[in-house]
Ligand binder design. Sequence first.
Ligand code: NOJ
Length: 447
Amino acid sequence: MAFKDDFLWGAAAASYQIEGAWNQDGKGPNIWDIAAKYNHIKHNETGEEAIDHYNRMKDDVALMKAIGLKAYRFSISWARVLPEGTGRVNEAGVRFYSDLVDELIKNGIEPLVTLYHWDYPYALHCRGGWLNDESSEWFLEYTKVVVDALSDRVKYWMTFNEPQCVLGVGYLDGAFAPFQKCSPPELFRMGANMFLSHGKAVKYLRENARQRVYISMAPYASTMMPANDSKEAVDKAYEDTFKCTGPRFAYTMAYFSDPVYLGHYPEDLVAEYGSMIPEFSAEQWALVSAPLDFYGVNIYYHGGYPDDGSGYESNWYKGCPHTDIGWPITPSTMYYSPVFLYKRYGLPVMITENGMSEHDWVFLDGKVHDVYRIDFTQRYLRELSRAADEVPVIGYMHWSVMDNYEWAEGYDKRFGLIYVDYRTQERIIKDSGEWYKRVIESNGKIL
Ligand code: NOJ
């Protein structure tokens, strides 16, 4: 079986989706706190209370231990540690994350930190956000506070979660906070400031972390699937996976990964947009593309077309299986994505998210029988095991450890291994959580 003995079996969550305590102990508002108040979200639901993880942290870590997690990926709320985004540090916020790290380690769970998972400080948004060319310095200031506080105990770091969604959903389609619709020159400038932010954070981590650290970004995969496993079909799928053209460039894998992992913008993007893309100096390129340690990637379903004879395995056809959020179930992406990503970027791959939402409920026997989530995960993990036979794969983080706030969908979509009754905050380990425990104990052998 493909999984190495030190394979990191874990689960993930993100600050705004679980913490609640939106104004507790000196936290400042972020763009989701503000947007959610003003009718952008299904049922007008906000993350004000979320699953109250801020106040239930120790119990939640105990549940993680109960399902045998070896790793837990979480994100830091920037406005909890720096309420105005820069300047004054909120010591209570820093202490919360430091205590969380201690609690995880005490329970034998490796902490994995994501610096930015979408909850931008509102005060910085009002100063222009990513469009402001000072924004990478703000990000650096924030990074310093977190790294100084946690890097003695945290080895694994991710800078940006799904940067495609930050730019694409937040600023192109306006479907996530801050719900704006921007033009390509603005998007390129924001993207450039995100690259510089990433680069400055990596440099600070390399020079100041108090131990050897492992760093990555965490974009999502939109890998094209070959219609069959002939060399021609696989080569074509590989080429098309990394295309970066058209007004929706912000959603591609290459737009965020080529600069960071290869040190240049995608050639097809440059051919199309030319001088609209901000220039980096040689020094800036060195910063942006400083070597990383692994390729973190969120994998849900593959990129693809309707079944139109275009030469790809389709991700959508009449009656195809899909999850409650409407995403097609396409396990083979868990094989091809790591294989293609390793071929292009040459780094060990970590699956930083994978999972599914469904209409879970508590059965008459008091349990949550989510057999579909077990089947889904088993299918995807079998494909991951196939990939790990061919390329280095170092970990798998299930999304999510607990049901939580699914952004613009509010509380409608449940992704957790642990069920949460949002009225009482009662937690129940789902059947999938019990099953995942056995997968971890067997290091994937029961798959
Ligand atoms: C992507 C995001 O990183 C996470 O925040 C979200 O909840 C899941 N995938 C499911 O949509």
